[in-house]
Design a protein around this ligand. Structure first.
Ligand code: CMC
Length: 384
């Protein structure tokens, strides 16, 4: 028998394990800065409030990819490229039409994005692929939603903003200015957010020298989970569960009950923010206005009641996903599409991080502390 006289692990070699990589700084970046104490967020030099008031999603894409705002000509060029790339390759469209209508939209988006890699022109390069990904994700999402509801797929227009065209493809009619602006602002607010789980996944895949489609596909998988981007859909499910209770709906008792059972309330809490998420400030205002305009005031009121209960009971504030749920609901979007909308915005941040990682790469390879047995003897199967 082979002799492997391995010693017990010397724990002093590993002073501590950072569960969830909490507090670990793994990269430097010019893409975004978060002050979790003051509740400030900056994309490549510009405060999120400034961008929310002034920028379009396309300007934010350029900013994240180039670390500066575009001039008029550059913005026109980017808009033109995005519009020209909106149509999906035929096999991707066929996949969307033929897949299970009950599939999760995020799963369909993940598969379709992965397929896009098979149809790109190899001479184009990453900058062009980032534009392809940004241009085609809205087409994938809208096409699947139409197909699963038995509606004809609406081809993208070669005009209008990303937000305008997405709503057009989703609903089959051109949106008004207010709806376009709402969607555009949501895209601006979700574009980039430091070393979150999906961006870390994207950079980890990039660091193996894998391609940008693989990195974005992996990032979609990470974003899909309810502790990350999947929380917005989960928030809406919570509010709809309350709605099902009719006159008995009591958001305060509901929240307290969940806390008593040690359950998480989706849309609250954050690893970095120890105060109100600055994106939630904007979404809260939008949620109030839109829910009043569309007769869903009760959803906004319940949200406020939950917010107060979470503050009083746990001193935990809402994150970006809490009020975005009622914003999307008020403009008529199906709850299981909310995380897809997050994705079609965050692709700008992911691809910006892909470029940054590639320009200064090192394989990402942390260690794990092995705490299992080491000197077990082999026992044949029939004797175990
Ligand atoms: N509901 C109830 N309690 C909470 C919540 C919540 N949403 N969030 C945190 N806590 C409590 C948690 O139970 C723990 O309490 P205790 O110390 O008594 O055990 C304490 O706060 C710390 O929580 P944690 O889970 O260890 O914190 P974390 O930094 O590991 O997790 C989080 C951050 C976002 C995963 C977590 O707050 C959470 O699960 N929130 C709900 C899901 C959610 O809304 N996710 C979206 C995040 S923001 C958008 C994005 O990045 O995608």
């Amino acid at each position: 028998m082979a002799e492997h006289n391995l010693q017990k692990i010397d724990l002093s070699e590993y002073p501590h394990i950072n569960k969830g990589l909490d507090g670990i700084v793994a990269f430097s970046t010019t893409k975004s800065f978060i002050d979790g104490q003051s509740g400030d967020l900056i994309y490549s030099g510009y405060h999120i409030d400034t961008l929310a008031e002034n920028a379009t999603f396309e300007e934010v894409c350029f900013l994240l990819w180039n670390d500066r705002l575009p001039n008029k000509q550059e913005l026109d060029d980017l808009n033109k490229q995005l519009r020209n790339k909106r149509e999906l390759p035929e096999p991707v469209l066929s996949y969307i039409q033929s897949t299970n209508k009950k599939a999760e939209p995020m799963a369909v988006l993940r598969t379709a994005v992965s397929m896009l890699a098979d149809f790109v022109d190899e001479t184009e390069g990453d900058n062009s692929y980032a534009i392809t990904l940004t241009a085609q994700m809205p087409t994938i999402i809208a096409a699947f939603d139409r197909a699963r509801n038995g509606n004809e797929i609406v081809a993208p227009l070669n005009e209008g903003s990303t937000a305008f065209n997405f709503l057009y493809m989703l609903n089959g009619e051109k949106p008004g200015e207010a709806a376009e602006r709402t969607m555009d602002l949501c895209l601006v607010l979700h574009a980039e957010h430091g070393m979150n789980a999906s961006t870390f996944t994207c950079r980890t895949i990039c660091a193996t020298e894998s391609d940008i489609f693989s990195a974005v596909t992996g990032a979609i998988g990470a974003l899909k989970g309810p502790l990350h981007g999947g929380a917005n859909t989960a928030v809406m499910k919570t509010l709809l569960k309350l709605k099902d209770q009719g006159d008995d709906a009591d958001p305060v008792a509901f929240t307290k009950g969940k806390l008593d059972r040690k359950e998480k309330i989706m849309g609250f809490g954050h690893r970095v923010y120890k105060t109100f998420d600055p994106r939630a400030v904007h979404l809260r205002k939008m949620s109030k206005t839109l829910s009043e305009e569309t007769g869903h005031e009760y959803l906004y009121e319940w949200s406020e009641a939950m917010l107060k209960t979470m503050k009083d009971e746990k001193n935990i504030d809402p994150n970006v996903d809490f009020f975005s749920a009622t914003v999307y609901y008020s403009i008529g979007i199906q709850p299981d599409l909310y995380t897809c909308i997050f994705t079609m915005s965050r692709v700008s941040g992911w691809t910006a991080h892909y470029f940054e990682q590639k320009a200064n790469n090192r394989l990402i390879r942390p260690r794990a502390l092995y705490v299992g047995e080491k000197n077990l003897e082999w026992v044949p199967a029939e004797k175990r």
